[in-house]
Design a binder for this molecule. Structure first.
Ligand SMILES: [Zn+2]
Length: 132
């Protein structure tokens, strides 16, 4: 049996200015999906997001946004990715969960306003999100 680590209360803290950049990026990409790398720190289950990186060689279309993970430099400040769902669905697809990267997968659904952002873990379970 695997040793079970103490369970921390998980949450995602997102800076308001980062959220604004995400929303305008997704609006610009619409009706295609947009994808960005989330930069930040993770401590005791709390993920703080304070920056964004445009992934190299990203390919996007109306239903899929992805990039080859092998092109990413190893960087501990990359805590996850965020991508948009022009269809308006907030839930991660099976493909999204297969392409999970880092600690958190965030989804912005159409129409990309402040209430359109959601955070998920690799099991597809919602993580509480706070804008600061
Ligand atoms: Zn998706």
């Amino acid at each position: 049996m695997l040793f079970k680590k103490k369970k921390f209360e998980r949450k995602v803290m997102l800076k308001k200015k980062v959220l604004d950049s995400i929303l305008s990026f997704c609006q610009m990409k619409h009706p295609n999906e947009g994808v960005l790398i989330l930069k930040g720190k993770s401590k005791n289950g709390e993920i703080k997001i304070d920056g964004l990186v445009i992934p190299p060689f990203s390919e996007t279309g109306p239903t899929f946004a992805g990039f080859p993970h092998s092109f990413l430099p190893f960087d501990m400040s990359y805590v996850g990715i965020i991508h948009s769902h022009p269809s308006g669905s907030a839930e991660p697809s099976v493909i999204d969960l297969h392409n999970f990267f880092g600690l958190v997968s965030m989804i912005v659904k159409f129409p990309y306003d402040d209430d359109s952002v959601f955070a998920w873990d690799s099991n597809g379970t919602a993580i509480p999100l706070f804008i600061e």
